[in-house]
Every structure is written in C-alpha cells, then in structure tokens.
Design a protein around this ligand. Structure first.
Ligand code: MEV
Length: 444
C-alpha cells in the first residue's frame, strides 16, 4: 500500500512542466514511472507547436488527443464540403458521412442565416429614482458611453460590425433596485467574446466615472456595479438548415419500407421529441454530436454553443426538439433552427495548427458560412440517428465499432478479429461476451 502523503502543494503553477508531471505521478499513482511515461507520451517534445498548446491553458502537462475525422460529400448551399469533425464517439462521423451521401443526390443541405447579433450585459443596482435614471441614461450616459468606446470599436466598424444598440432595462420588478445595460453587437467573423467583454468593462468604468465625478451626481446615490459580461444566449445569432425531397425519393432510405412509410415513421419520431423532454434531450444530444464535432474542429467554444442551444430548445417554456419534420403534400422537409455563435477569426481559430487546417478544408468560411456548415452537420447527424432508430435500431451500427474497440483493447490478433466479426455478426456485443469469446478460442 502506498504511504499516505499530503496531496496538496503550494506554487504548483510555478514548477517546470517536468516537475509538475513528476509531482503528480509520485503523488497520485502507485506506478510513478508508468504515469510519467504516459504524460510524456502525450506531449510533443519541446517545439513551437507544443509552446502554442501550452499557451492556451494553465498547468498543461500533456495533450489530450481526440480523433480528428472528416465527413466528405456534404453538398451545402450547392457547394461541396468535406467537413472536419473532432469527436471520440463511435459512429458519429460514419453517420454524418452516410447522411451527407444520402442527401447528395437529393438536392443536398441548405441553410440561411437570420442574423449574427451578439449580446452583453452590465448588471447594476441603484437605489435612486427609476425615472431619473432613465432620463440620465437617455440624455447623458448613453452618448458618453458611445464616445468612450470609439477607440475600441473602430477596427470592428471598419470590418462592418460594431455596436448596434445600448439599452437600459428596468429590472426592479424582478429584483429590488436591479437594472441592466443591454448592449447588442455585430462582431463580424469573430465569435467576439474578448471584444464584447472589453467594451462592457470600459462602459462599466465610464458609468462609475460619470456617477462619481459629475457635480449633479457625485453627491447622490451611487450605483453598485456588480458585473459586466457577454451573454452566451444569442437568440438573434440564428441559423436554419434544411433538407427537402419528394417522398418517393425516400424509398432508398431503408429498403424494406417505401418512402411514405419511412417519412411517416420519421415524422412521428420528431413529433415525440417535440412533446417529451426525455426524448428531446437525447434527440438534441444527437444534433450536438454533429455540431460540437465541427465546432471543436474549427476551434470554437462548444460549451457556449451547447448552453445557448439548450436554452433555445426551452425558449417556449418547455424543452423541445431543435429540429422539425414536415410532410407537405408530396414533399418531406426536415429542418433545424438554432442560435450558433461561431467565429472564423480570433481565439484559437488561427492558433491551433489543426483548426487552421479545418477552416482551410472548408474554404476559409465566414462566420455565417461556418454557422451554416455546423448546422448542416447537426441536421445530418439527427437524420442519421433517427433513420437508424426507426429502422435497424441504433446498436446495429454502433456495435460494429464497439466490437472493434473491444477487440483492440483486448489485443486481438488479425485471425481473432476475423473470427470475432463473424461470431458477433448476429449476436449481442458486450465487453464480457467478447472477452469470453477470445478466451475460448485462445484456450482451444
Ligand atoms: C447517441 O450519441 C445519439 C443518439 O442517442 C441520438 C438520438 O437518440 O437521436 C443516437
């Protein structure tokens, strides 16, 4: 038994990387050498690339590697794309590729962007008179803020973006003395988090300055400026993606049934996800399998995208499917609408060597184009998942990859893999079943 020792440390962040690895390996692992070996194995030798990775986040001791796959044959708004996808889950890239191929001969995927508006908020409390505050805002504060931020927005304005509006919201009905400054932005091709947060903090400082220095305000009640931060909920940064075909064109979706029956079953599956939140969460998770994979491959913030998408799915007050299916006469229409705040410049988009390649692969898209591509990947994924669920069942495709993973884990030889593939062709796959099978053939 390893001697119990103190597992806390002071000054960890100041240690050299090798010392960080050594301390962690010695402190938390019974085989320190093996742990050191693994951490070192998953880190490049000191190099320019490694330096870049280590600049992203603190206390980096290794690089966590995820598979970088591609889904070819995506026709999106009449342009053919090979879509980069970073994801660890089996079958996601295969399902996206298969859906892309299916829709390639049925008009492909389409998207339109509603808008790209981003939002930021300054939250503050004021114990003075609401009418007076509104008057001050309209007559003095708003203009002072717009003047103050000129140097910070000029570059963005040159690119066609900037501040769209600044509003004062009276929230005193919800929390006593609580107000918000809501600022709307167009951040062009950047996701804009840094830009927005900088502007908000400048505005907050200027408000503080106005109240503490102007003769008619400095002796009155002083607002309590609590915080200034962007909102990751961007309902007006929204994309709609869709596919459409004749019902008869769905005859090939699953050969045992005709297009009409397939469409009806598909429609019912989406209906359920619109009224049942237990199904809706899983349904939307499948959509984010596709979206997140593209978001990560292009260096965007998948946590922001997810948080926003799920809030949007609950916008009506009940959590619902983000996608919709309609059968309109002879036509089958499957669509997805959601907010997606993405960028193609700034952040790690232009730092990580692979995000640069992802964007290059997609023809260096604008943020709007990337929103469209990510939404189409989400729709493709959702199509693939529902198609499997209402026909063969999801495990059919999953299990083949699952079996590969287990065989790999159990160091199966080529011959053993061949035997296992044929044995499990029509049997349930589980870790134990595969291990037992291998033991049996190894012992015989
Ligand atoms: C698995 O990662 C995603 C699915 O569960 C999505 C769905 O059920 O629609 C297959």
């Amino acid at each position: 038994m390893k001697k119990i020792k103190d597992k806390t440390i002071r000054g960890f962040s100041k240690l050299a990387k090798a010392d960080k690895i050594k301390w962690i390996s010695d402190t938390f692992f019974s085989s320190s050498e093996e742990a050191v070996h693994i951490f070192e194995q998953f880190s490049h030798k000191p190099s320019e690339v490694q330096k870049i990775f280590e600049s992203f986040s603190e206390n980096t001791i290794a690089n966590y590697i995820l598979p970088y796959g591609v889904a070819p044959n995506f026709i999106i708004n009449d342009i053919t794309h090979c879509v980069p996808m970073v994801i660890e889950e089996s079958s996601v890239v295969a399902a996206a590729s298969s859906a892309a191929k299916f829709w390639m001969s049925r008009g492909g995927f389409h998207y339109e962007i509603h808008d790209v508006e981003k939002l930021g908020q300054i939250h503050f409390f004021w114990e003075g008179d609401t009418k007076k505050l509104i008057h001050l805002f309209d007559t003095e504060i708003k203009q002072a803020l717009l003047t103050k931020i000129i140097p910070f927005v000029s570059n963005m304005e040159k690119r066609g973006g900037g501040i769209r509006s600044i509003e004062l919201l009276d929230k005193t009905g919800e929390i006593d003395h609580y107000y918000q400054l809501l600022i709307k932005f167009d951040t062009c091709d950047s996701m804009g988090a840094n830009f927005i947060n900088t502007i908000l903090e400048e505005c907050l400082k200027e408000m503080r300055h106005i109240f503490s220095s102007r003769p008619h305000l400095k002796d009155g009640p002083q607002p309590d400026f609590l915080m200034a931060i962007l909102s990751n909920y961007t309902p007006n940064c929204k994309v709609r993606a869709w596919v459409k075909c004749k019902l008869s064109e769905l005859d090939q979706a699953y050969k045992p049934v005709d297009g009409i029956e397939f469409a009806n079953r598909f429609f019912k599956a989406v209906q359920i996800a619109k009224i049942d939140k237990f199904r809706a969460v899983t349904h939307n998770k499948g959509i984010f399998n596709g979206i997140d994979a593209v978001v990560i491959a292009t260096g965007n913030d998948f946590r922001a995208v997810e948080a926003c998408g799920h809030a949007f799915a609950a916008e009506s007050g009940a959590y619902k499917s983000l996608s919709d299916c309609r059968i309109e006469g002879e036509d089958f229409v499957f669509s997805l609408e959601l907010p997606l705040a993405l960028g193609t410049v700034g952040g790690i988009t232009c730092l990580h060597p692979l995000t640069k390649k992802s964007l290059g692969m997609l023809g260096n898209p604008t943020a709007r184009e990337l929103m469209g591509i990510a939404a189409c990947a989400g729709l493709a994924q959702n199509f693939g998942a529902i198609r499997s669920l209402i026909t063969t069942g999801i495990q059919y495709g999953h299990m083949k990859m699952h079996l590969d993973n287990i065989l790999n884990h159990l160091n199966a030889s080529e011959k053993e893999i061949e035997l296992a593939l044929s044995h499990f062709n029509n049997r349930g796959v589980s870790f134990t079943a595969v291990r037992n099978f291998l033991e049996e053939i190894r012992n015989s």
